[in-house]
Design a protein around this ligand. Sequence first.
Ligand code: FAD
Length: 438
Amino acid sequence: MQNTTYDAIIVGGGLSGLIAALTIQKAGYKTAILEQTNRLGGLCGTQIHDDYEFVLACNDFGQGFVQILKELDIDIDFIPIKNLFYFEQTAIQLPPNISTAFRLLTQANNFRKLINGFKEEKHTTLQQVLDGGSFPAHFKDYVNLISYASGASPHDMSLETIKELFSKEYNYGYEKSVIPKGGTQHLANQLVEYFIKRGGEVFNNTTYISHSFQNDIHKIQTLDGTFEAYKVVSSLGRWEDYPENSKPSLSLSMLCLAISPPFKYPKGIHAISYFPRNMEAWLHQLDQGLVADTFGFHFFKSDLDTGNKYQAINVYFFAPRGEDFPTTTRKREMESYILKHIERILPGFHDHILYSKYLSAGEYQQTNQCSSIVSQYLVPTGFQKPSIYKQETDTYYIGNSVYPPGEHAGGAVLSGKLAGTMVAQSLSKKNSVVVAQE
Ligand SMILES: Cc1cc2nc3c(=O)[nH]c(=O)nc-3n(C[C@H](O)[C@H](O)[C@H](O)COP(=O)(O)OP(=O)(O)OC[C@H]3O[C@@H](n4cnc5c(N)ncnc54)[C@H](O)[C@@H]3O)c2cc1C
């Protein structure tokens, strides 16, 4: 049992937990983080296989996150990135270069039709809009980038979700993405350093079990004893408040590749994607648990400090739903398909592979103790994510299970900021009541 009663305790030291903790701390309150593993960052971190380090999960961030860090007086270096998308032979760069801008301009009419389709009341999913507009196949593939990024078939992409992703209100800013200098674990470590320097406390290897609320104090049970706090913020999520007809997106499988330094990865480019024609068909097939003969994938080079011994590349791809532990033969087929297409895009790549590790979705979960599901719940139209605060238990929730929308780090950190602000306001009211009574 700890002797201290903290103003606030945060359960889970992922990005949402770190931002909530830093926000409450900035308002002057004594804050601690309980984290079940031996490192902080959650999905923002690295994994090590046979002495080779790779990005664990999230790798690129939007301007909204950068802005939140500024508000917290946190100085972290990011690198602006460009991404390349190969739709078979056609390459598009985002943010657009001149040739992409020209290509997109030629699609102005289709974009207009697409926006009108979004406005039609009868349409609730992206698939309905695409079916209703007699769009050319290549244009549908461009639009379905959104479905791929969400790990979902366009049949499951609700228009509300898409609108929210691009809403000015949330200002996620992924159109000008950045990656952290030094890699993702370095980013998380810097946040932890700020938190500790400013007086915060971190309890690693401390697994939360439950908490109860009595006489204005929360008692938090962990595998390593009880903690006390006036406020509790939990990144365990409010999944129990989701409707039965929501479903998880596809989970990512991963190929971690160490590439020898002489190989020239395209300068200034972060991620490269390959998409065969008819994205809606192969995404739908994968979603139905069927093997797709052709499927898309993307890969990126991270900014990890590897001592110039290798270049750390992650390849992300979706296996058929449910194929969490594929056979060795299936894995070989998937890997050789992926490497064949990377070789076409980047000739000479294959000869520079020093090391390769295939992690299916199931193996990823077992190795890293976290899930590679891209969107935990694809929700039916009309469902709004639960709010941050749950009055019954006086608990604040953060992460992708609660408001605001968006199944990405941008949404998670915004929830951390909002929950942190609400906790600080509530603590200040509580303290002013105590002073007034005195
Ligand atoms: C493969 C993959 C790639 C992604 N790529 C991107 C990307 O490029 N850009 C992007 O913006 N988003 C990306 N995302 C989404 C992004 O990673 C998440 O939105 C974000 O990291 C969520 O942060 P979080 O703090 O809410 O949750 P998490 O990172 O999951 O953190 C939760 C923390 O709580 C801890 N915890 C859990 N249970 C307990 C317990 N009982 N007691 C104590 N501690 C506990 C966990 O160990 C963990 O540290 C990706 C997601 C995946 C799966």
